[in-house]
Design a protein around this ligand. Sequence first.
Ligand code: BG6
Length: 478
Amino acid sequence: MLSTYQFPENFLWGGAIAANQTEGAHLEDGKGLTSVDLLPTGKKRWDVMLGKLDQLTPIEGEFYPSHEAIDFYHRYKEDVTLFAEMGFKSLRVSIAWSRIFPNGDDETPNEAGLAFYDALFGELLKHGIEPVVTIAHFDVPVHLIEKYGSWRSRQLVSFFETYAKTIFERYKDKVTYWMTFNEINMLLHLPYVGAGLVFEEGEDQEQVKYQAAHHQLIASALAVKAAWEINPKFKVGCMLAAGMTYPYTCNPDDIAEAMNVDRESFFFIDVQARGEYPGYAKRFFKEKDLSIVMEPGDEELLREYTVDYIGFSYYASRATSTDPKVLENQTSGNVFGSVSNPYLEKSEWGWTIDPKGFRITANQLYDRYQKPLFVVENGLGAIDEVTEIGEIHDDYRIDYLRQHIEQMGEAIEDGVDIIGYTSWGPIDIVSASTGEMKKRYGYIYVDKDNDGQGTLNRTRKKSFYWYKKVIESNGQDL
Ligand code: BG6
């Protein structure tokens, strides 16, 4: 199907992955244990993600999917070749903090870890693929959790700053696009995932979360400062888990509620992109009796070092209401929680499918921030069947992506400045929320099941050839 959408020249089409969901080799070549390495599968995973971790070492008998993941650490050359075959212009990856600083507070970095990303970025550039790098994607060295209580401690700011400076220096000639914290707003919903937080009995969790958020926001500003100093050509973005919240009705109470729910997320980006704590946040802290400890100079840092672009993920819109009866009807699977929207379909995991919401969300973000947007995640997690002759006919995934890319085209027509689109999991990887392999996003199938069984062989799906055409035609052939 030919579209009429005009995507900018040099639009960064590609895909996005994260170290802990892809690399495996979790203790190889000097890498330290990281927060996500302690996330098992099953119900226990959820408890840990919420900050109820009982021990800081893997438990015998539990299955930890990050330990091997899809073995990208050893197979990245093969995978990059496949991405290049699709014509990728960019690949978003994350660096595993604990590959560079195994404990987080080490005096010197681990050369083997640095060398791995050197080789990976070199391989990408060899194929004309621009690396887009997330500095922290749901990843805190376990030693920092054990010794300092993770991001609740101000000390994490300087460890992160050292880590960021180290990778900026090392890759200053290979990488231009950076992002500080993946889905920074996720900290409020999955505090262990977003910030390595493990709560103590009776602790005021809200207070801890917002203090940790302040530390991440300062760390992010310091990273922007260091980046600009090390290479003025660097572009540093924030990264928001986006998706507009719709009011369930036109009752002003519902409208105000939807505004408040969205502000829980905008809070982070308002600070990172506009440079100060918004008034509604100050009011919230006052009413909740939360006191955020700041150091002299923090406000100036936030004001001066705002991000260059807004990276965001979009999977679904959400809906909310003030009517308790309506609130009972929640969709499952979405970590944010949402009232079920009667106008929209859902994925097999209960995530609302709303292509038009993508256009609305992009417009909303651009209206609010007036900075370039980078769509760094979007996609459909679905179960794929392999036919007898080994083919995967994932038309449902093509439909989802086509409809979303069309709406991105609409947003661009609306005047929204979008610089790229990296769909999530271009190769099947471990699901962040469930730890499953069967929740697949890829154009490339990986032979591995939820229990870790399989050859890890890679196979091109139908969507592989479709996405190749999309990129080749710069979004004309959808
Ligand atoms: C985002 C994360 O929340 O959504 C990714 O940045 C994650 O790490 C993606 O994988 C999709 O979620 P899931 O749970 O389906 O893997």
